[in-house]
Design a protein around this ligand. Structure first.
Ligand code: UT7
Length: 329
């Protein structure tokens, strides 16, 4: 097993909006049922923002909680990376608002867009920054308010998503073999149209987007499902090879929380037993870039990851993008 790591996660934190939307609530909005949602996805409830909360509020709270857990002051942060597809505004980046809200006055701040794989891509960037000396204390945040961009008339998508943020402070490892063992990122831009929000950018500005109903998530569910199963499996295999680990070395796999059936297929491909796979989509739905950092923080809180354990994270999202990371806690 590879043990020469340059960076490590110093602390994690989350922000979960208090308001809850149950499958029963959704039955009153669209033609769906608790039974369909649970059997086809595994989801039961999701958390959603009220009118007052924005993406940067969730991202900032998660960041502050991660800083506290890491014992790092906001002024020590040199880079803030926010992974999101639901930033507060088109520009400037949500990371700029986060920098201001948490008082990270010495940081460079920018957003990245890799949909549900965003947190993994952010981890890859942070690991490279630390290994090349570009950064020393980096905040990587996955934050989404997807319930602001779903079409509440489209039952095939509106039942799936929730709002949340998760953050991690990344710093240099202390050379004891703990830390980020490897990261992997991949994209296939030929499949952009299967999962996207076409409107609201410069191609279809807000006015056109509203007129043509382009200002919400569009997804070809079954096509995305098939690609997700394939790509999550590939990402898992790649990271085991890159990190020099086998399935027996993995203490916990944290997959992107899009669908229980996709997670089960990925676990089968990795030959991992159910107890080594973290699932919390029943409580949050699909929170895109936030899903992995929220699950990581929760798994640590529950004592499922002890010092020295190996955790593999695997993600897939619009683009298509997919990726994975292996860390020793
Ligand atoms: O986060 C990043 C990537 N996203 C994903 O990985 C999501 C991937 N896709 C999926 O998870 C699944 O495709 C869905 C959960 C979105 C849909 O599940 P499915 O088993 O693929 O269903 P389907 O789209 O093939 O639809 C089956 C039936 C259809 O009815 P008919 O044509 O068989 O009569 C749909 O109209 O289920 C119907 N349906 C629903 N029924 C009740 C679709 N959505 C709903 C709903 N409630 N909410």
């Amino acid at each position: 097993m590879q043990n020469n790591t340059g960076s490590m996660i110093l602390g994690t934190g989350v922000s979960i909006p208090p308001k809850v939307l149950t499958n029963g609530d959704l039955e009153k909005i669209v033609d769906t049922s608790d039974e369909w949602i649970q059997t086809r996805t595994g989801m039961q409830v999701r958390h959603i923002v009220d009118d007052k909360l924005n993406n940067s509020d969730l991202a900032s709270e998660a960041a502050q909680n991660a800083l506290q857990a890491a014992g790092v002051a906001a002024e020590e942060i040199d880079t803030i990376v926010v992974a999101t597809v639901t930033g507060d505004v088109t520009f400037p980046s949500t990371a700029c608002y986060v920098q201001d809200k948490i008082g990270a006055i010495n940081a460079a701040a920018f957003d990245i867009q890799a949909a549900c794989s965003g947190f993994i891509f952010g981890l890859g960037i942070a690991d490279s920054f630390i290994n090349t000396g570009q950064g020393k204390k980096i905040l990587v945040i996955g934050s989404e308010v997807l319930t602001r961009i779903v079409d509440w008339k489209d039952r095939s998508t509106c039942v799936l998503f929730g709002d949340a943020a998760g953050a991690a402070v990344i710093g240099p490892s202390n050379g004891d073999g703990r830390g980020i063992l490897a990261t992997f990122m991949k994209t296939d831009g030929r499949l952009t149209e299967l999962l996207c929000m076409p409107g609201g950018g410069s191609k279809f500005p807000a006015e056109v987007a509203l007129r043509e109903n382009l200002n919400n998530i569009k997804m070809e569910g079954p096509e995305v499902f098939k690609a997700a199963v394939r790509a999550m499996g590939d990402a898992a295999m790649h990271i085991m090879e890159k990190a020099g680990i086998s399935a027996e070395d993995i203490d916990l796999m944290i997959p992107h929380q899009a669908n229980k059936r996709i997670i089960d297929a990925t676990a089968r491909r990795m030959k991992l037993p159910a107890e080594k796979v973290y699932v919390n989509l029943q409580d949050y739905g699909n929170t895109s870039a936030a899903s992995i950092p929220v699950a990581l923080d929760e798994a640590k809180d529950k004592g499922l990851l002890k010092e020295g354990d190996v955790c593999v994270m695997v993600a897939f999202g619009g683009g298509f993008t997919w990726g994975s990371a292996a860390i020793r806690i």
